[in-house]
Write a protein that binds this ligand. Structure first.
Ligand SMILES: NC(=O)c1ccc[n+]([C@@H]2O[C@H](COP(=O)([O-])OP(=O)(O)OC[C@H]3O[C@@H](n4cnc5c(N)ncnc54)[C@H](O)[C@@H]3O)[C@@H](O)[C@H]2O)c1
Length: 304
């Protein structure tokens, strides 16, 4: 399929709710409305990725048209879907992807630690292109997939909240911190609201002991995105994305206005994970720090 080609099967139009325009009271709390679409057209970037695939069906309840975008094939458009190939580093492609969009769920980009070149293109330039396109098209709400690796150098014994300064554990974490700062600027200057979700570990199940603290189920991720899309006032918010796990390093009291109430918990996997993993070496920084293995990766050297 050629780049920017759109396939739309369901052409029905639902007006965008006027409640999306934020009042000035930032202490409002709201319940999430799981089955009421709050937006007409939502753009999901990174739609071919792990979380993109998990959100593809789930986000249908949030909008009447779901536009899927990625640098790689997302498969054919299903009912009420549009598919649009776009490299986030390509400003023209990103501009086209945001046309007629009411909100963005931005999952696209490099999702792991690694060399700076690809991170620079997809996560830094990509974020800039996305926010510039949002400004030009008047898109006022963005859900940004940030990461726990923005604060990965805090110790696992510490409980941190959104007011703790970033301590990225690698170039990937630095790129997500850039996205958080960039979105703050676009909120202060252009009133584009953003939820920076510092996603913990979002997989079907937690895979190791660290993930007992960081796990975010796919359903809770969708609950969190739904809350961010539907809260009357989002502002610029930073929220840690984790399920209702007994062990937690993150305090979301700065984000009460979002009204996120996780329902799943890693606790049900604890016995099994303890049985198949060995006791950690508590001297190892990888065990001590919240970022886990990321704190020991690199250096990655110059860009070729
Ligand atoms: N899954 C997690 O536990 C987790 C944790 C923290 C943060 N996140 C963030 O959530 C988002 C989704 O994570 P995921 O696990 O689905 O990652 P993923 O790697 O499976 O998906 C990312 C998608 O982005 C696309 N992409 C990469 N470069 C691109 C570019 N230049 N232009 C357009 N698309 C591009 C990829 O093709 C891929 O489909 C990422 O931004 C990631 O950093 C995920």
């Amino acid at each position: 399929m050629p780049a920017h080609h759109i396939r739309l099967k369901n052409k029905s139009q639902i007006p965008v709710s006027p409640s999306l325009f934020p009042p000035q009271d930032f202490n409002l709390t709201t319940k999430t409305h799981m089955n009421t679409p709050t937006h007409h057209r939502i753009l999901l970037t990174g739609a071919a990725g792990g979380l993109g695939k998990a959100l593809r069906t789930r986000l249908k309840s949030n909008c009447s048209v779901l536009r899927l975008s990625d640098i790689v094939d997302c498969g054919p458009a299903q009912e009420s879907e549009e598919v649009m190939l776009a490299d986030l580093a390509d400003s023209k492609a990103v501009f086209a992807a945001l046309k007629d969009v009411d909100a963005v769920v931005h999952m696209g980009g490099i999702s792991v630690e690694g060399p700076f070149g690809p991170i620079l293109q997809a996560n830094l330039l990509g974020a800039y292109n996305l926010y510039e396109a949002a400004r030009m098209h008047g898109v006022k709400r963005i859900i940004f997939a940030s990461s726990n690796h923005v604060t990965g150098f805090y110790s696992q014994g510490e409980t941190i909240n959104a007011n703790h300064p970033p301590r990225p554990d690698g170039l990937y974490g630095v790129s997500k911190a850039f996205g958080e700062d960039l979105s703050r600027f676009y909120f202060d200057r252009y009133s584009i609201e953003t939820a920076c979700i510092r996603i913990g570990s979002s997989f079907p199940e937690p895979k190791d002991r660290r993930m007992l603290a960081t796990w975010l189920s796919y359903d809770d991720l969708h609950r969190l995105i739904t809350a961010c899309l539907s809260t009357p006032v989002l502002g610029h918010s930073i929220i840690f994305g984790a399920s209702n796990n007994s062990v937690s390093w993150w305090d979301n009291s700065c984000a009460k206005h979002i009204g996120f109430h996780p329902k799943d918990s890693s606790d049900v996997f604890k016995e099994d994970i303890f049985a198949r993993t060995t006791s950690p070496n508590l001297e190892d920084p990888v065990v001590q720090k919240q970022g886990g293995a990321y704190v020991a990766m690199g250096p990655h050297g110059f860009i070729d």
